[in-house]
Each structure stands twice: as C-alpha cells, then as structure tokens.
Design a protein around this ligand. Structure first.
Ligand SMILES: *Cc1c(COP(=O)(O)O)cnc(C)c1O
Length: 371
C-alpha cells in the first residue's frame, strides 16, 4: 500500500528537523524545580523594551482587524532609520521567514545555494525545502572561508548565504574581505548577508553593509528583532535589498505574515535606542565574565562577536545533560558538526554565575573521577 507520505518529495522526507533549545518550563516540570535558567537560544536576558510592551498592549484594542499587510508604519520607521526606500524592505515572521522567501523566489530543483560548514542551520533547511541543492563549503578555523565559497560557485548557483557574525561559532568576517567578496561574486548570484547579531558589534567592527546596497544590486541583508531587541517570541525580521528583489520576495510572502501586535511592537522597539544600548552593554560585560570563567576552567573558546560563545569541552554531550540536571540549559551543537563544543548564551550576571558555578562543579567531579 502506498501512503501519502511515501509520495512526498524525497527532498522533503530527507529534511533533518531543526532542534530548538529545550524550553525552560519543560525542564522545570521534569526536575520539579523553579530556578532553572535557559542560556540556550541566544535570547535577550533583559527582555523587550517597556516602550515596545506598551505599544503591543495598545495594539490589542484592534486585534479583530487584519494587520496592515504592507506593514506601512514599520517599513516607514525602518526606511527612515536606514535611509532607504520602503520598497527596498521585506518584512518577515522572524528573519527565518525572510530567508525562506529568498529560497522560494530564487531557487528550484537543479539550482544550488552555497553556505559554510558550521553556519546557521536554517540555510540548509530552506534550500532543501524547495528541492534545490545545498553546497556546504569547509570552514577555515570555524569561520566562513570566503575564497572557498567563491570558488564553489557554479553556473547553477543562485544564492550564497553568509552569517556575519555566524551562529553558532560567533565568528566575524573582516569588512574589507567581505566587500572584496561581493565584488568578485558574479552579479547574477544573490548574496544573503545575515546580520542577526549586527547590533551587538562595536561600531568600529561593523561593515557598512547598508551603504553597499547601492553598489551591489544582488545583495540581500537580513536583520531581526529577535536578538538585541528582545522580541524573539514575537517573530519579526526583515530584509533590506534592491526594490526589484524585494518585489519578488514579497510575491511569495503570505499577505498577512507579520501580525498586528508584532508590527506595533517592532516599530516601538526600534525607537527605544537606550534599551538596545543597555542590552549591548550587558552583553559586553557578560561576555567578559563568561570568557574569564571558561578560561579559569582551562576551556578553549572560539572568540565570539555575538551574544553567545561556543567552548570546547571533553564529553560535551554528557556535560550538557549534567548541566540540565542542575537546572542550566545551554546548547549542544553536534548538529552543526561541532560535537566537541557547547554553546552558551550570555545571560544576566547572576545567570552567568550560575552557569559557571554549575560547570565548575561538574568539571571538578570529572577531574576527581579520572585522577
Ligand atoms: C537567531 C538568528 C536569526 C534570527 O531568526 P529569527 O527568525 O529572526 O528569530 C537569524 N540568523 C541567525 C544566524 C541567527 O542566529
């Protein structure tokens, strides 16, 4: 007997499901505790701006109405912030949604897209979901190898995905090298520059990526409200690109993909620059705290430019499970080809302490057992 699932395309049946971080409530239920912490999904430990929360509460009054399908107010705020034409913007239900539009609008069976090994998992997912081929290029010491990615481009390549900084490695590309790469990529090949962690970068390390849109009509920049803006649960992200690319991406978008609460919350969050500044400051201090703590434990880290850090530890998978038992959720990254590493999100000072303390205890027990 043939069942519907047997007839689903092989490329759909072959998709490896994305593994989200373990939810806090689930772990607390399992352990019967209430003080667990989650440093697993690069969420913002300081939460959303109160200005955004008030705007979302106010938006509830109109919840019986469909949202503005063109996101006029949010696009206006973004286009003013970045000095772009609103027609150069595409809004998404998270930037993951936007990544999917790129795949749906530009790929088909027979074409391919390029991304780096150890890069964000969603690139492979969106490419595979439309039946195109993903070409994974070896990384250079965990960072994107731009020369190798350039060399991997074939006649059938339509998209190159670049995460900068990358998740889960936290690596950052040099702005000059990135610009040279854009100059070398054939003009018919799209470059998706995923800048989900852009706001965390010190100004001197930021690429002038938005200004590059003028020089590179094949460039698509994606950003999100999930990280520095603290709105991961709300699901809002966006793309900045040429008006003609944005037009095609908007055609494959569901008419009301960003809900009205999200439109209101994101626009208000964008205006609260002080909140973002506090978030970035906490991240800077927390990164130093965790780096110091991990180094005191003799662990190797990959220097990170985002709101998380990956570190190398023996028996990583067991350490992850032991940390869970102590009420600390971090992230194993074996599915990113890094089975010997774990990734921890920068939390509040007290959370970082709780994580470091739990890890120190485990490593001590481990050292006693093997001595
Ligand atoms: C977190 C993250 C995103 C954001 O995804 P959203 O759908 O906007 O929540 C995008 N790219 C990378 C590399 C990320 O780590």
């Amino acid at each position: 007997m043939t069942l519907p699932c047997d007839l689903a395309p092989a490329y759909i049946r072959g998709i490896t499901p994305y593994q989200p971080g373990k939810p806090l409530s689930e772990l607390e239920r399992e352990l019967g505790i209430h003080n667990a912490i989650k440093l697993a999904s690069n969420e913002n430990p300081q939460g959303a701006s109160p200005v955004a929360v008030r705007a979302m509460q106010a938006a509830l009054a109109d919840i019986s109405r469909y949202p503005d399908g063109n996101g006029f107010a949010l696009k206006k705020a973004l286009s003013e912030r970045f000095a772009l034409d609103p027609r150069q913007l595409v809004l998404g239900n998270g930037s993951n949604d936007v990544l999917e539009f790129v795949a749906r609008a530009f790929l088909k069976q027979g074409s391919n897209a390029i991304y780096s090994r150890h890069a964000f998992a969603v690139y492979a997912l969106v490419v595979q979901s439309v039946g195109a081929a993903g070409i994974e290029v070896a990384a250079n010491n965990y960072a994107h190898d731009l020369d190798a990615m350039l060399a991997a481009i074939t006649d059938n390549t339509r998209i190159v995905f670049i995460a900068n900084p990358n998740n889960p490695t936290g690596t950052l590309l040099d702005a000059g090298a990135l610009r040279k790469f854009l100059e070398a990529v054939p003009e018919e090949v799209l470059v998706v520059l995923d800048e989900a962690y852009y706001e965390y970068l010190p100004h001197e390390l930021r690429a002038e990526s938005i200004a590059w849109l003028r020089d590179f009509p094949n460039l698509i920049i994606t950003r999100t409200f999930s990280k520095a803006y603290g709105l991961a649960g709300l699901r809002v992200g966006y793309a900045l690109t040429s008006a003609s690319i944005a037009d095609l991406m908007n055609r494959v978008r569901q008419p009301f993909n960003v809900n009205s609460i999200a439109l209101a919350g994101a626009a208000a969050a964008l205006s609260d620059v002080d909140h973002v500044a506090r978030v970035v400051e906490n991240n800077f201090l927390g990164m130093a705290q965790i780096m110091r703590g991990l180094s005191n434990l003799g662990l190797t880290t990959i220097p990170s430019y985002a709101n998380f850090i990956s570190f190398r530890v023996d028996r990583a998978s067991e350490i992850y499970n032991e940390l869970l038992k102590k009420g600390v959720i971090i992230r194993p990254i074996a599915s990113y080809g890094m089975p010997e590493y774990l990734r921890v999100t920068i939390g509040l000072k007290s959370e970082n302490d709780q994580f470091l303390h739990a890890l120190a205890e485990l490593l001590q027990v481990e050292a006693q057992r093997t001595s």
